[in-house]
Design a protein around this ligand. Structure first.
Ligand code: CO
Length: 134
């Protein structure tokens, strides 16, 4: 059911320093910061040949990234995003298998303008998983 790894998201406490590390030390192609007020994050995309890294920095007062950074002050891997063909079919399959969908259970529009869902980390070995319709 899951297909390509769309991105690995990393929560960062200092977006400029993170961009400098990826651009300068790792020699990666790094985008300009993009504010996503609906998701409470500012995102920077690091383009790789076969996938992407998303650097996430809190935006606004109720950012879902803030709690993560409070627990992990130097930052860390926040979630993995896998592509699926049909997000509603994927959701129905996951629910029938006993997996928990976060939030309302309905897809939201993600950072790439496509429908996304998040799955409960307790159902996946402590890893928050995002599914994105490709
Ligand atoms: Co994501």
């Amino acid at each position: 059911m899951i297909e390509k790894l769309n991105h690995v998201a990393i929560a960062v406490p200092d977006l400029e320093a993170a961009c400098a590390s990826y651009r300068g030390m790792l020699g990666a192609k790094v985008s300009k910061p993009q504010d996503e007020p609906d998701h409470g994050v500012t995102v920077v995309f690091v383009e790789l040949a076969n996938s992407k890294i998303e650097l996430l920095f809190p935006l606004g007062d109720n950012s879902p990234i803030q709690g993560f950074l409070d627990k992990n002050p130097s930052g860390g891997i926040h979630h993995l995003c896998f592509e699926v063909d049909d997000i509603m079919a994927a959701r129905d399959h996951l629910v029938s298998e006993g997996a928990r969908i976060l939030g309302s259970g309905e897809p939201k529009t993600g950072a790439h303008g496509k429908p996304v869902l998040f799955l409960h980390p307790k159902d996946f070995q402590g890893t928050l998983i995002e599914l994105e319709e490709a």
